[in-house]
Design a binder for this molecule. Structure first.
Ligand SMILES: Cc1ncc(COP(=O)(O)O)c(C=O)c1O
Length: 402
């Protein structure tokens, strides 16, 4: 089963504007069914949650459907899916909550591969609690996060290990399973950042050993909403700060204020869209997601191979990192041009890429490129095709030869 990318692209109104959208790692475009689901929720009329009248019940139903959709996407439990404005805000909330019972005898482990949203909230919460912070190092120049180092980093004092399922600039997919097994062996919790990984391959948070799995729907064709999935029993043990008057049950008690109901209708529609990417996939939505995301991975990896081969052949283009397992994300520098100049040059040719540290704060520093503007990122998803990649390669060839 290969993807019918032309059919998929036709579902995305924004993709018809003539640009090559290679900025997916910063956020994806939205297909028509998602736009329509958000519009339909508003058109039908939205009441606040738990109201006595039908519009309130509709909002309750939207939230329940969105929780089930995210659970299906990541292999979690709908009763443990927490929504928030974005992953960063949710991670701050969980860090603050978990750190309530950390003290000077405790340690946490963060990694230099991670987006800063899975580093700083933990570092700041641990610092406040007087706990020790231990850092997992990235191998330079490969950009790998060797899992073996966790044997020494994780001790019987470790309370939490925060690690990414994929680097948002290099695409590196570390051996999360091995890392979480080590954490669980000493009774530590694991917080896995799945924001970059989720759109690129089938996800099974249980197989990954993630006690918490964070994701953001705007990276997989949905609205700007973050979610953290956890086992409901684990959430039951935690006491986030909350209003006296707001729901005390799980997962609601982790959600401050009113949820964006219409956008949540879009979250469920985005998951349905992903499940339908392989039209031959059958079975439950979870089964269709697994099949569709496997087809997505195969398509993206083929385009990535073409992109990496083309970039390596260009004089003056330097690829950053060479991880063995990676998402369809390439990060590079161009001799004689700052990353921002390259991005501007490409934008003038209707090619969207991201430039700069992309919040991979520690990683760009580890590679020694942060102060020089870091790099240029081309991030592919399922809707990118060969013409997008070739347009980028041709434009870079013009830039480096001219
Ligand atoms: C790997 C990774 N983690 C975390 C984040 C932060 O996500 P959010 O924008 O939902 O806070 C991003 C955003 O780009 C990301 O790529």
């Amino acid at each position: 089963m290969s993807l019918d990318v032309a059919r998929i692209r036709a579902l995305y109104p924004a993709l018809s504007d003539g640009y090559a959208w290679l900025d997916a790692a910063a956020g994806t475009q939205v297909p028509r069914p998602v736009i329509e689901a958000v519009a339909a929720a508003y058109a039908e009329g939205i009441g606040n949650a738990h109201g006595a009248f039908p519009a309130g019940a509709r909002s309750d139903e939207i939230v329940a459907r969105a929780r089930q959709a995210v659970a299906d996407l990541v292999g979690g439990d709908a009763g443990g899916v927490v929504f928030g404005p974005n992953m960063t805000t949710l991670t701050y909330r969980f860090a603050y909550t978990l750190a309530k019972d950390w003290g000077p005898d405790d340690e946490i482990v963060v990694s230099r591969l991670d987006h800063d949203a899975n580093v700083r909230p933990w570092v700041q919460a641990a610092t406040r609690a007087g706990a020790r912070i231990r850092w997992a190092a990235v191998e330079v120049p490969s950009g790998e996060l060797p899992a073996g180092q966790y044997d020494e980093l994780v001790t019987d004092r470790t309370r939490l290990v925060a690690v990414t399922a994929a680097s948002n600039i290099l695409g590196t997919m570390p051996d999360v399973r091995r890392i979480t097994e080590r954490a669980h062996a000493v009774g530590a919790l694991t917080y896995v950042d799945g924001v970059h990984a989720t759109p690129h391959s089938p996800i099974d948070m249980v197989a990954l050993g993630a006690d918490f799995y964070a994701t953001s729907s705007y990276k997989w064709s949905g609205p700007h909403i973050g979610a953290v999935a956890a086992r409901p029993e684990l959430l039951e043990r935690l006491s986030p700060d909350k209003l006296a008057s707001s729901p005390a049950e799980v997962p609601d008690r982790f959600e401050t204020g009113t949820l964006p109901f219409a956008d949540l209708a879009g979250v469920a529609a985005a998951v349905d869209h992903l499940a339908g990417l392989d039209p031959d996939a059958t079975g439950t939505r979870r089964e269709r997601l697994l099949a569709s995301m496997a087809a997505v991975e195969a398509h993206e990896q083929a385009e990535l191979a073409h992109l990496l081969k083309g970039l390596s052949a260009l004089p003056g283009v330097g690829l950053v990192g060479s991880p063995r397992r990676r998402t369809a994300t390439a990060y590079f520098t161009v001799a004689g041009h700052t990353p921002h100049q390259v991005a501007e040059y490409l934008a003038a040719r209707a090619i969207n890429v991201w430039d700069g540290h992309c919040y991979a704060w520690e990683l760009t520093q580890a590679f020694g490129i942060r102060d020089a503007g870091s790099g240029v990122r081309a991030g592919l998803v399922h809707y990118n095709d060969r013409s997008d990649v070739d347009r980028l390669l041709n434009a870079l060839e013009d830039l480096t030869s001219g």
